[in-house]
Write a protein that binds this ligand. Structure first.
Ligand code: ADP
Ligand code: SF4
Ligand code: MG
Length: 340
């Protein structure tokens, strides 16, 4: 059984708009699983719904299980208990989790006292340990400082320490390195990798940036227009890409241009729930689109072991191997006009 199992999740708003359609994903203990896609593709709403935070007025169908617990049918009190112990979330802006008027120690220890019943002294000692775990310099003096004293990268480390306070089995990290410069970003990615190795915690890492994803994730899900476009191991998805949208995201990476390749921005605008084209939502921007792409929503198909893509055309499909080519050649009737 996986730690997080999202099965055929759809999220509908009142009035009929669909934010997310038939999304499935799994996360195992100790794994870092990425969710990528342009802004508006449904990454955050999928993650938030998995924790039982549905957008106002929305309904969800399908199943979400965390450690076997059914997140979509839980009562608010039960959900709160799961969120306070099994799962935690960190966002792009660390100030979402940090209160500007309270010192770090007060914020960290409150969590430890409320959720774990630690006494004041024990809680301060544990808080210092958590800051040490996220490699914040001088943790003891940091406890009595206020958030504004720290840089963006340090605040993000503190927000991660807060998330770790409950000893979660699953951490959802939503664009947590997006606002940071490259060196600070690298430090945070290292930290996540170390934490999952040391604690066995699983991480859902959400970013639109495939270059960052390539550094940190074991497996990758690529979303477009609220649907799953492609998923597999990081190497399957990024090195043997099968979906034109994933290919377009890779070609749009500035890193490609740095290697001497031309940067090719994806033409047109990303699909949103208000503007989701018929059939394959990517068809207006896809150079491989054929007539049927405009009418039929492509099914997510397994193309090789654990590698799935939702493309009816599959333009990057593997070429037949040599043995298959020989079979094809032998089976093809010879042209009688050609002398043997
Ligand atoms: N509470 C909401 N009400 C209406 N639309 C929403 C709500 N939350 C998200 N959306 C819409 O759902 C789409 C997916 O949003 P989101 O999951 O935030 O995308 P991502 O995280 O991939 O950028 C967006 O077009 C967004 O405008
Ligand atoms: S189904 Fe058609 S439009 Fe969609 S990605 Fe594949 S080729 Fe492009
Ligand atoms: Mg988002």
């Amino acid at each position: 059984m996986s730690l997080l199992e999202v099965d055929n999740l759809s999220i509908h708003l009142r009035g009929g708009r669909t934010l997310v359609e038939s999304v499935s994903l799994t996360v195992n203990a100790g794994e870092i699983v990425g969710i990528a896609g342009e802004s508006g593709s449904g990454k955050t709403v999928t993650a938030m719904t998995s924790l039982g935070f549905l957008p106002a007025g929305a309904t969800a169908t399908g199943e979400v299980r965390i450690d076997g617990a059914d997140m979509l049918s839980m009562r608010p009190k039960q959900l709160q208990a799961v969120r306070g112990s099994d799962v935690a979330m960190v966002f792009q802006d660390p100030m979402t989790s940090l209160h500007p008027m309270l010192n770090i120690g007060t914020q960290l220890t409150e969590h430890l006292r409320v959720h774990q019943g630690l006494k004041r002294k024990q809680a301060w000692a544990r808080a210092a340990e958590l800051l040490e775990l996220v490699r914040l310099p001088d943790p003891h003096s940091a406890l009595s400082a206020f958030p504004h004293r720290f840089s963006g990268g340090m605040r993000q480390r503190i927000a991660i320490a807060m998330a770790l306070a409950c000893g979660p089995k699953l951490l959802i990290a939503d664009e947590i390195t997006t606002a940071l410069d490259v060196t600070v970003q690298a430090g945070i990615l290292d930290l996540l990798d170390r934490l999952r190795r040391e604690t066995g915690m699983a991480v859902v890492f959400i970013t639109h940036d495939l270059a960052v994803m390539n550094v940190v994730a074991d497996r990758l899900y690529v979303m477009y227009g609220g649907r799953m476009a492609e998923n597999g191991s990081i190497s399957q998805v990024l090195n043997s890409t099968r979906h034109p949208y994933t290919r377009a995201l890779i070609d749009a990476l500035p890193e490609g241009a740095a290697l001497g390749k031309a940067l090719v921005p994806i033409p047109g605008e990303a699909a949103t729930p208000d503007r989701r084209p018929s059939g394959c939502a990517f068809h207006p921007r896809c150079v491989f689109a054929v007539d049927s792409c405009r009418a039929d929503v492509p099914r997510l198909r397994e193309l090789e072991d654990g590698h799935l893509a939702a493309c009816a055309v599959d333009p990057f499909g593997a070429l037949p191997d040599r043995a298959q080519l020989l079979d094809i050649a032998l089976a093809t009737p010879k042209d009688p006009r050609v002398a043997s």
